[in-house]
Design a protein around this ligand. Structure first.
Ligand SMILES: Cc1cc2nc3c(=O)[nH]c(=O)nc-3n(C[C@H](O)[C@H](O)[C@H](O)COP(=O)(O)OP(=O)(O)OC[C@H]3O[C@@H](n4cnc5c(N)ncnc54)[C@H](O)[C@@H]3O)c2cc1C
Length: 405
């Protein structure tokens, strides 16, 4: 909490994994600098960074020339190292990617080549090895891709520890504070608490609200965020089907979603999900909570427009996904991964997250790669979808390279 107006070298908007890791790396590069992190909630982890699958991805899916490919593997190694140094738990359980339809079998070779091009450790395995690893899993062709370096962590523990490390280095957190006014000419932000902060450089890492702040800087005007809700289910404790590793379907590589998957977590749960259902608001985690009628209307208008013009790659997926919000349809999708699954084995999970998915308003496309744009004395992390948690430290270094300080 601050009690008086402040001057700072760096002002970071948003205490998610991207803001925290960027602040961490800035402090390394500019040890004498003053850094303030502004967080609108009363604590960290209320949005994506505290609500994700906790999977440290191993760099398989991404186009080799993409930013995601550049930062995922190195970022994962750095986050694993951070967890080890800080004695935070990591489950080195690996991950399988299996085709749910025979015609998707050639995607295994494609993903294998892509993984190799990105420097990932991947191996194509046969049905025997697949069933040894996931006795209750399904591969339509008898083949699967094995990624031994995929891990599972507890994201909330990681951000909690990062906050402690940042505070020990003198970084100031301001909670419960919303931006009321931005005066670009003299780099001044007025907060809802009536206090002001004057900054030399601002980092906008506000997750699902980033575009709204960027627009105030005249940045990213061709883009807006479309929120996709990720609902999870879990296997009931009495379910006899056990999983010690992640099981993912072969995804549609034209979309930024990986499909409903099986993920064991550090609390002993076997989670299934997340879906990618159009959300009724950017923070609409449950029912009508934080319902945004205009935004919802806009989302469905974009979806309808995609059907009418027959353009835009996400219309079929999003429409299908609408049904996945209902248990019978989710169960049907999950059964493709686990043929012996019974409806009774699926119980609701308290886990739910919303993806801050960037959309190109002119091209009518979802943006697949990370995207960062510069503004006056500021940088705006417009698209920090998965695997931004995994990649955060390496991604932060890329962000910092662009800072003119
Ligand atoms: C369902 C789901 C599953 C996922 N699974 C994985 C996974 O397994 N592995 C992986 O690597 N990634 C995964 N991701 C992606 C990952 O969670 C995100 O890429 C990452 O957390 C983004 O971090 P962030 O800091 O950009 O956003 P956030 O964590 O959302 O942080 C942004 C912060 O900004 C704050 N804020 C917003 N507006 C303001 C404002 N005006 N003023 C001050 N503060 C503000 C918010 O309160 C929030 O704390 C998943 C995401 C979802 C939704």
């Amino acid at each position: 909490m601050i009690l008086a107006d402040e001057n700072t070298d760096f002002l970071v908007i948003g205490g998610g994994m991207v803001g925290l890791s960027t602040a961490f790396q800035i402090k390394k590069k500019y040890p004498d600098s003053k850094i303030i992190i502004l967080e609108k909630e009363d604590s960290l982890g209320k949005h994506s960074s505290g609500r994700n699958s906790g999977v440290l991805h191993a760099g398989i899916y991404y186009k080799p020339e993409s930013v995601k490919a550049k930062v995922c593997i190195k970022g994962s190694k750095r986050l694993i190292q951070f967890c080890q140094n800080e004695q935070l738990e990591i489950m080195k359980c690996g991950k399988l990617i299996a085709p749910q339809k025979i015609e998707l079998d050639d995607q295994i070779d494609y993903l294998f080549q892509r993984g190799l091009a990105n420097g990932a450790n991947v191996k194509i395995i046969d049905e025997k090895e697949f069933l040894d690893r996931v006795p209750y899993g399904f591969t339509a062709s008898g083949r699967a891709l094995w990624s031994p370096n995929t891990c599972v962590v507890n994201p909330k523990n990681i951000i909690k520890r990062l906050k402690e490390k940042l505070e020990s280095k003198g970084i100031i957190f301001i909670f419960n504070s919303k931006i009321k006014e931005i005066t670009l000419n003299n780099n001044l932000i007025k907060l809802s608490s009536k206090l002001s902060i004057k900054y030399k450089f601002l980092i906008n890492s506000a997750g699902i609200q980033t575009d709204r702040i960027a627009h105030k800087f005249g940045v990213g005007l061709n883009y807006k965020i479309m929120p996709f809700k990720g609902i999870y289910w879990k296997l009931s404790p009495s379910c006899p089907l056990k999983f010690k590793t992640n099981l993912y379907p072969v995804p549609d590589l034209n979309l930024p979603f990986l499909g409903v998957h099986v993920t064991p977590d550090l609390n002993g749960n076997i989670n299934l999900g997340p879906t990618a259902v159009p959300a009724l608001g950017r923070e609409n985690y449950r029912n009508t909570e934080n319902f945004e009628p205009l935004m919802t209307l806009d989302f469905f208008k974009e979806l309808a427009n995609q059907w009418v013009t027959n353009k835009g790659g996400f219309r079929k997926y999003s429409t299908e996904q609408l049904l996945h919000g209902f248990k019978p349809f989710f169960f049907k999708a999950a059964k493709l991964l686990i043929p012996d699954l019974k409806s009774d084995y699926l119980i609701p999970s308290e886990k739910v997250g919303i993806r801050a998915q960037l959309f190109d308003i002119n091209k009518k496309e979802l943006i697949n790669d990370f995207m960062v744009e510069e503004g006056k004395d500021s940088i705006h992390i417009l698209n920090a979808i998965s695997p931004a948690f995994t990649a955060s430290f390496e991604f932060a270094d890329l962000i910092i390279e662009k800072i003119k300080f």
